[in-house]
Design a protein. Structure first.
Length: 101
């Protein structure tokens, strides 16, 4: 049996919807803090502010090596952001993590 990412078998519109939902959450946090996309990009060590736009629009994912910086820039606990990311980028893993048995 070959491994494929679980979301690859999902409807692409559903995957995009999940990413857009997370993007809206992140955008709301950024705006509530009064930060521009450029300021956030600088804080998390991303060269181009357009990357933030892509994440907020659901076209790009938060890279794993930027989760802690992203969370701190948005005044979130890194675990809180990581949970949101898993919930929206990999809902099957999120579901498994929440199962007790």
């Amino acid at each position: 049996m070959a491994y494929t990412h679980p979301q690859h078998s999902m409807d692409k519109s559903h995957v995009l919807e999940l990413r857009k939902n997370l993007g809206s959450i992140l955008q709301g946090r950024r705006k509530a803090l009064g930060k521009t996309q450029a300021a956030l990009a600088h804080e998390i060590g991303v060269e181009f502010y357009t990357f933030i736009s892509q994440v907020e629009g659901g076209k790009a994912r938060v890279p794993p090596d930027r989760i802690i910086a992203y969370a701190r820039a948005l005044k979130m606990a890194p675990a809180e952001l990581a949970e949101l990311i898993i919930k929206h980028y990999d809902p099957l893993t999120y579901e498994a993590l929440r199962m007790k048995k």
